[in-house]
Write a protein that binds this ligand. Structure first.
Ligand code: ATP
Ligand code: PRP
Length: 211
């Protein structure tokens, strides 16, 4: 029997997904946090794990290099979700995608294009296009909170969980663009060709599937 491949990403998603896998009776053959191996077998002969960068999970699944994956809704929206099914909201790794800035930043930029610093370029463009608001995007890869402080941007579009990072940097959230959680995604071809095993895994991930 060929193995099914499940794509996960190190960090928050892996931390939140491993207990769900354990509830379904699935444990990695080696601890992904202690190992540099990126392809890991599991206690189930027919299932292996890929350990990826969070933003690469939809790409591996869309191309069929992984049959299934776990990715944040933020990453899925930014990717566009082509060639993917999204059958299950896992309700883990929850946070919000927000517009944030220094107090008064929106009013200050009212009469000119808003300068938006973010790594979520696609999401930010869509959000402001729907409002007919002109913007200028500044693409960043991290430490977004610095941008308004040093005058690089009027606002940021970033993820917020506890709000501690915004608060520590004197920023406030102005608008929530989207509530975010991790989703199980499935390659469209795998869903057809491996329907039974894929469905069984989806069921195993359901919150009350294992009592
Ligand atoms: P990369 O290393 O590829 O840049 P990352 O550092 O954003 O990825 P993680 O921090 O592990 O990776 O988080 C991945 C996912 O966790 C996000 O895409 C999001 O869906 C979810 N998440 C939950 N809470 C937060 C938070 N406070 N900040 C960022 N992401 C969060
Ligand atoms: C994330 C996010 C915020 C912070 C929000 O950064 O980009 O900076 O966490 O969490 P909070 O509201 O609980 O403070 P992360 O730690 O992933 O760093 P990175 O974006 O540089 O990877």
């Amino acid at each position: 029997m060929t193995q099914l491949t499940l794509a996960l990403s190190k960090g928050r998603i892996l931390e939140a997904t491993l207990p769900r896998l354990a509830e379904a009776g699935i444990t990695p053959a080696i601890d992904p946090d202690q190992s540099r191996e990126l392809l890991i077998n599991t206690s189930r002969d027919d299932l292996r794990l890929l350990i990826l960068r969070a933003t690469d999970v939809p790409t591996f699944v869309a191309y069929g290099a992984a049959d299934m994956g776990v990715a944040g809704k933020d990453v899925l929206l930014e990717h566009g979700g082509r060639d993917l099914y999204e059958p299950l909201d896992l309700g883990i790794a929850g946070c919000r995608l927000v517009v944030a800035g220094l107090p008064g930043a929106l009013a200050a930029a009212e009469r000119r294009p808003l300068r938006v610093a973010t790594k979520f370029v696609g999401i930010a463009r869509d959000y402001y296009a729907r409002q007919g608001r002109q913007i200028e995007i500044i693409k960043l890869y991290g430490s977004m909170e610095l941008a308004p402080i040093v005058g690089l941007a009027d606002v940021i579009v970033d993820l917020v969980d506890t709000g501690n990072t915004l608060k520590a940097n004197g920023l406030e959230a102005f608008e929530t663009i989207q509530w975010i959680s991790a989703r199980l995604v499935v390659n469209k071809a795998a869903q057809k060709l491996e329907n039974e095993r894929v469905r069984e895994l989806i069921n195993a991930f359901e919150p009350d599937a294992n009592g």
